[in-house]
Design a protein around this ligand. Structure first.
Ligand SMILES: NC(=O)c1ccc[n+]([C@@H]2O[C@H](COP(=O)([O-])OP(=O)(O)OC[C@H]3O[C@@H](n4cnc5c(N)ncnc54)[C@H](OP(=O)(O)O)[C@@H]3O)[C@@H](O)[C@H]2O)c1
Length: 255
């Protein structure tokens, strides 16, 4: 399927690894120039032909605008992907203002600031659109990741509002993954290690239990999320806006 994306310019946040790296690779493979922001960067990102890595802290008030400015005056596609989660094992009352602020900044405010900077550069460009990587936790509130769930709920909500404000010129969609095989879940300080450490269980068992909760019996691969994002970013999805697409192996059981 020709997605017709060649020659366009995209900004991707959180692009050095995991889902963001997969999205960057997939867009670049379609001939898109990808301005790819991450805190530290990575060898894998530097190796992507067509990607322009930008080292930036997206949790600062100015970081998102600095990233967008690196794309120049014209942006066709924005992928809000940056996000992070810390398992909250001590309950709501133990959660401090600082922890709330950290979560709301990286999972919500970073995308707000990036969109504020990008939208003026997208206006009037044919096919311009925003795809935001939210989470099933946006509509599956989980006390174990209570602040993350709240931040992702706000993120999906704002994107839906924006689809109404910006149509017909700019499409705005979200994708909501269930667990994905990245460091966020599987890394040395990821969800499986944190939950396993606190409960005295092997992180691999934590993953197996989570996998068993989905009809597909497995986590999603980052490349599978990337394929979905690239489709939504293409003109093949020209009449899809204000939509949220779940990719979770069937984990969510309600309609
Ligand atoms: N993995 C899952 O199970 C899952 C499920 C649902 C939704 N999601 C969402 O998918 C998105 C990507 O998650 P992932 O699993 O791919 O995460 P990941 O593997 O941990 O990658 C996170 C990316 O964000 C970057 N980043 C972190 N803090 C940053 C900062 N302050 N400034 C700039 N960049 C920063 C990292 O860059 P450096 O490495 O350079 O620091 C990295 O490129 C997130 O929004 C997450 O909430 C993930």
């Amino acid at each position: 399927m020709d997605l017709g994306l060649a020659g366009r310019t995209a900004v991707v946040t959180g692009a050095s690894k995991g889902i963001g790296l997969a999205i960057t690779r997939a867009l670049a493979a379609e001939g898109v120039t990808v301005v790819a922001g991450a805190l530290h960067g990575s060898e894998e990102l530097s190796a992507v032909a067509g990607a322009r890595p930008v080292a930036v802290d997206l949790t600062t008030p100015t970081g998102p605008a600095e990233l967008v400015a690196a794309a120049g005056d014209a942006v066709d596609i924005l992928v809000n992907n940056v996000g992070a989660v810390r398992a909250r094992l001590d309950g709501f009352v133990a959660l401090s203002d600082e922890e709330w602020e950290w979560s709301l900044t990286i999972n919500f405010l970073a995308a707000v600031r990036t969109m504020r900077a990008a939208i003026p550069r997208m206006t009037g460009r044919p096919g311009a659109n925003i795809v935001t990587v939210s989470s099933v936790n946006a509509f599956l509130p989980d006390p174990g990741v209570l602040d993350y769930s709240a931040a992702k709920g706000a993120l999906s909500n704002v994107c839906k509002s924006l689809s109404k404000e910006l149509g017909p010129g700019i499409r705005v969609n979200t994708v909501s993954p269930g667990p994905v095989r990245t460091d966020l879940w599987l890394g040395s300080s990821g969800v499986a290690a944190t939950v396993g450490g606190a409960s005295g269980s092997d992180p691999a068992d934590v993953v197996r239990r989570q996998e068993a909760a989905a009809p597909s019996g497995r986590f999603t691969r980052p490349e599978e999320v990337a394929d979905l994002v690239v489709y939504l970013a293409s003109d093949r999805a020209a009449n899809i806006t204000g939509s949220d697409v779940t990719i979770d192996g069937g984990l969510i059981t309600t309609l």
